[in-house]
Design a protein around this ligand. Structure first.
Ligand code: FO1
Length: 324
């Protein structure tokens, strides 16, 4: 592994992991660090669960369930069935292979290791060559304030209630006090960093918990490398998950333009889908239209190459982006 990664990609779960895989494949070993959302983390059945970290780890290790985009390919559910038989909750599906990761994470955290150290150990065990970083070792929890069901924890909203409750606000409990990954902060300050990429993850649910940490926002604002975001909204629809529904509930136009405006002041460049090329004049900063819908492995590699080339072509140098 080379001394310090040259690209820092910021991502959530399934959608972001697709580009993360492309970046991992096209960059030389050791050149990529991934800063991953932990706002979705929770304790379930007494286990410390970090769904986005596991999704990215399984994806990069080539063992993710292709159908789901999360969990392990070919996993079985004997443990889950037995939990349900015992009268326990079955709404959050933990497969038998996946279970081992949660048990081991829980054991190491209880023994005093940081989430950063545990994640590095697991990633190594799974043969992941990029640097996998939790956004913080401190707890940050995404909370959804819903119109009819009060405040829901993320997995309650996302999995148990299948994103059905209408959302009126989103909060990131603990974010103000949380210290971002020390490794990520050092990378953002390193002269060798070539690009920071915001993967096409849900900007309001998956990327926002990270940007809600003041020190990370500040570090992004002053870093010398170009910061580029990739839109998860294509042709007025979300490529994955509840992004479009959530945007509507927050009274936002479901469009790649809205995502660019959301990141305004933090990014130097923007990538939207080729289908949205007509929106380029409305973006208000340097932007490019690329095929961003990633169905095949080749799609992931092509987008990774395209985004890297675009980012490297942006002018670099000291700058102060807007911090709000
Ligand atoms: N997503 C679901 O929709 N249903 C599940 O039962 C579920 C279980 C699960 C277990 C382990 C894991 O690492 C992820 C899991 N996910 C499940 C995905 C996850 O909840 C979400 O994709 C993310 O939190 C959103 O990025």
């Amino acid at each position: 592994m080379s001394a310090a990664p040259k690209v820092l990609a910021i991502c959530g779960g399934v959608g972001g992991a697709k580009l993360a895989l492309g970046l991992d494949r096209v960059l030389p070993p050791g050149d990529l660090a991934l800063l991953v959302n932990t706002g979705d983390d929770f304790v379930h059945l007494g286990l410390q669960i970090s769904p986005d970290l596991d999704t990215v780890m399984y994806t990069l290790a080539g063992v993710v369930s292709q159908a789901q985009g999360w969990g392990r390919e070919g996993d079985t559910r004997r443990f889950l069935d037995e939990i349900v038989r015992c009268g326990g909750p079955g709404w959050f599906q933990i497969g038998d292979l996946d279970l081992a990761v949660h048990v081991e994470r829980t054991r190491r955290l209880a023994a005093g290791e940081s989430l950063t150290a545990v994640t590095a150990g697991l990633a190594r065990a799974f043969g992941v060559r990029s640097l996998l970083l939790p956004m913080s070792d401190d707890p940050v929890r995404t909370l959804l304030d819903t119109v009819d069901e009060g405040v829901l924890e993320f997995q309650e909203y996302f999995v148990r209630r299948r994103c059905e409750p209408r959302v009126r606000a989103i909060r990131f409990s603990g974010a103000e006090a949380a210290r971002p990954s020390a490794t990520a902060l050092a990378l953002l300050d390193a002269p060798g960093l070539e690009a920071v990429l915001l993967c096409p993850s849900n900007p309001w649910l998956s990327v926002a918990p990270m940007l809600a940490m003041p020190a990370l926002r500040q570090a992004l604002a002053v870093c010398r490398a170009p910061v580029v975001a990739v839109s998860p909204v294509v042709a007025g629809r979300a490529v994955k998950g509840p992004t479009a529904k959530l945007m509507q509930e927050l009274d936002l136009e479901v469009s790649a333009v809205t995502v660019a405006a959301h990141y305004a002041g933090l990014i130097d460049g923007y990538v939207l889908d080729r289908q949205d090329a007509a929106l380029l004049p409305r973006i208000g900063l340097t932007a490019v239209a690329l095929p961003t819908v990633m169905r095949s492995l080749e799609d992931r590699d092509a987008l990774a190459r395209g985004v890297l080339a675009f980012a490297r072509g942006l002018s670099t140098g000291p700058r102060l982006r807007m911090v709000s």
